[in-house]
Design a protein around this ligand. Structure first.
Ligand SMILES: Cc1cc2nc3c(=O)[nH]c(=O)nc-3n(C[C@H](O)[C@H](O)[C@H](O)COP(=O)(O)OP(=O)(O)OC[C@H]3O[C@@H](n4cnc5c(N)ncnc54)[C@H](O)[C@@H]3O)c2cc1C
Length: 271
């Protein structure tokens, strides 16, 4: 659609729409509009009995536009990992697609200040997607984390206002804005970031896991601290990521680890 966009996870192309929304996936619109399961309008599901059922407006009309205002049973099928039935059709919401998109990138060492920084950014309602990354590779990054704020707009004036506001918030919250150029900019503006799959495999060997969950905003510093401890315990280079879900209501936090699929010990360690 020329003026509408779907939420896109930074996942490899093998990820399916149904699989992603059913696991409460997150992506390029998550700060603004929330996790992907919340974007479901309707489902067609084959129950374990073989019965074909519909949920949402499609259950009582030919339109798949809303899951309200009828009893909402869609939650029975999300994050239930296929145990409640097989989803054969899913309708998701589409959102306005502004003409311009840009990234504001920064570094900070103030881990304890991250919840406040995130609140300030989300309160502006200027961002579509906000992520924080913390990795011990390269090793000189182990005391810092990177903050990525994606903004969109329809005019240069709108984009300038948003950029200046976010950069001011960065400055007031011990975060240094850094211009992103060249190949790095191309990677980071990729939509979806297909390069994420290559970057994830930096150790080589094709294996990549991430253990992700939703946590409250104020738990970000503790999650980073414990993620480092757990990674080190298993001989993994800490590589942690969080993505804001909704207007600061929650955070998808993940501990990621690449491993060599051909190495049985490495596989065991990953498990
Ligand atoms: C480098 C990398 C980056 C990634 N980035 C992101 C990201 O930014 N955001 C994000 O959300 N994810 C991300 N992922 C995770 C990836 O997108 C997930 O594998 C995917 O979202 C799940 O979809 P899938 O099609 O692989 O589902 P599967 O792994 O096949 O299924 C997931 C679960 O849902 C169930 N299921 C699947 N389809 C159906 C169905 N039709 N009916 C009923 N149950 C079903 C399955 O039984 C299973 O339990 C990333 C992964 C990698 C490797």
């Amino acid at each position: 659609h020329p003026n509408l966009q779907a939420p896109i996870p930074d996942a490899p192309t093998s990820a399916t729409v149904a699989g992603n929304v059913l696991i409460h996936g997150s992506g390029s619109l998550s700060q603004k509009y929330g996790h992907h399961a919340g974007m479901i309008n309707g489902l067609e599901v084959v129950l374990p009995t073989g019965e074909i059922t519909k949920f949402g407006s499609c259950a009582i009309s030919e339109y798949w536009f809303s899951k309200a205002p009828i009893p909402d049973l869609i939650g029975l099928f999300t994050s239930s990992f296929g145990t409640m039935g097989i989803v054969t059709k899913v309708s998701i919401k589409l959102y306005p697609k502004p003409k311009k998109r840009d990234i504001i990138f920064g570094f900070t060492q103030d881990f304890d200040g991250l919840p406040n920084l995130m609140s300030k950014i989300t309160f502006t309602e200027f961002a579509e997607d906000v992520m924080i990354g913390h990795s011990h590779t390269p090793s000189n990054m182990k005391d810092s984390c990177s903050v990525m704020v994606y903004i969109t707009g329809n005019s240069t004036e709108e984009m300038d206002l948003k950029r200046n506001t976010i950069e001011k918030i960065f400055k007031e919250n011990n975060t240094q804005a850094v211009p992103i150029q060249g190949q790095t900019r191309i990677y980071m503006m990729d939509h979806p970031q297909y390069t994420a799959a290559f970057a994830a495999d930096w150790r080589k060997g094709g294996g990549f896991e991430y253990v992700g969950s939703f946590i409250p905003l104020e738990k970000i510093p503790e999650a980073f601290e414990k993620g480092v401890i757990i990674s080190k315990k298993y001989g993994l280079v800490p590589s942690l990521l969080c993505r804001i879900i909704g207007s600061g209501h929650a955070v998808m936090f993940s501990v990621t680890f690449p491993f060599n699929r051909a190495d049985p010990d490495d596989r065991k360690n990953a498990r």
